[in-house]
Design a protein around this ligand. Sequence first.
Ligand code: ADP
Length: 482
Amino acid sequence: MLSERFKKLTSTLRFRLMGWMIVVVFGLVVVAMLGVRQIYRTRLLTEFDQGLLSDVKVLAQEIRQTYPDRERLHQKLDDIAFTHPLQAWFAEVYDDSGNKVVAGGYHPNLPPFSRDESTLPHDVLPYRLLAARLEEPGMPPMYVRVGGDRQSLEDDLRLLDQTMIVRGLAILLLAPLGGYILALRATRPIAWIIATAARLQPSRLDERLPIRGTGDELDQLSQTINGLLDRIADYIDRNREFVANAAHELRSPLAAIRSSVEVALNRQRSPEEYATLLGEVMEECQYLSNLVNRLLILAEGDAGRLGARNQTARLDKIVRESLDMFEAVAEAHEVPLQASPLPPALVPGDEFHLRQVVRNLLDNAIKFSLPGKRIRVALHVEAPARRAVLTVEDEGIGISAQDLPHIFERFYRGDKARQRLPGRASSGLGLSICQTIVQALEGSIEVASVAGQGSLFKVTLPLADNLSVSPSPPEHVESPAA
Ligand code: ADP
């Protein structure tokens, strides 16, 4: 239990931040202290050596003044040793053959002097000493050797070490506290984010993460999550609206079926009456089935399952078939249906969905055209751009500027459409289905329309890779209504 808690604690970002901070702070402190120690040691040594150098100069002067009186020189050296700041200071004078002439001050236990001894300051522990050759006019060449116990130097360094260790330990003790406070400050906004995110529910998506206004990464994270929440909320809203609209659309035909069945059941009827009622039921069932199919296409599109999946279809053939199919309806509406030559166009996608696109466009064009006006259908293959372009142009009622931005929305019906086509003749799903299918096939659908003058729908689809633009004779058909 306790170990689990500890494991949980150590896995937190706060704990890790704290740990990193301690390691970094302590590492930096150790490096800084070692640097300071090194500088301080070098300075102490330099001062020590400069002292020895000036001692050599003083000795040279004393030798000059006392030569050849060794006793006086000895006395002088003892006097200097007495007041010298170095502990165990000593001075030795040797003749040119390396024999000791006189020694003063402390008597260290040193190896015998040799003329080859280094003239640089050096250590013969526990002493530090300096040797020099003196050549004074009127005197034979001599050697001097001065030095002292380097204990004072070591003492100073030890004091520094002790001070640094105490400070280092204080820092080591304070670093976790500082690290904890910093980690707490740094991770508090994350705790807010977690707490707020935990409160979010699909039914309560109005809450947003707080933006502190610092512009830092956490603010950016909150903004990104808020943006995502906006999109999710929007998606859920649209889905709710879609379900409500779909239910609404399904309700009317179901009510009609129910009422026909009720009428059929409430008393005995003649076979003709039953036939009429069943005909009505059949019609409503047909409408329901169409509606459900359309809803399924949209649901498949939303689930990303409408892609081409390696299927290809001849768009020209589909357009041809659809034109043939609508010929009679167009004729009945007295709307001439004209098609320019249809070149072979192999596009990705399955025939069923592509047929839906073409039929919806033709259906709308006929639906929203007035008798005597023309509908023109054209298909172009733009081989260099590797795309096929289908246009359906009518001279119908057109789309108002207010409706135009919304016509691809699900269940959207323009004002005029509602007036013109009351009831369920139009569900407002046709264009959204077209758009869903075309976009799933990586194509696009555009519209240009002027109210009262007509509309032009343009569908662009990529060509399938193995397209062959055959030189087959172009087809040109006019419906009998033309
Ligand atoms: P429906 O399935 O009801 O026809 P659509 O999604 O196909 O719905 O069309 C949505 C709306 O776009 C229609 O209600 C109508 O206002 C407008 N619209 C579509 N095509 C045309 C057109 N060819 N001419 C004028 N208005 C059109």
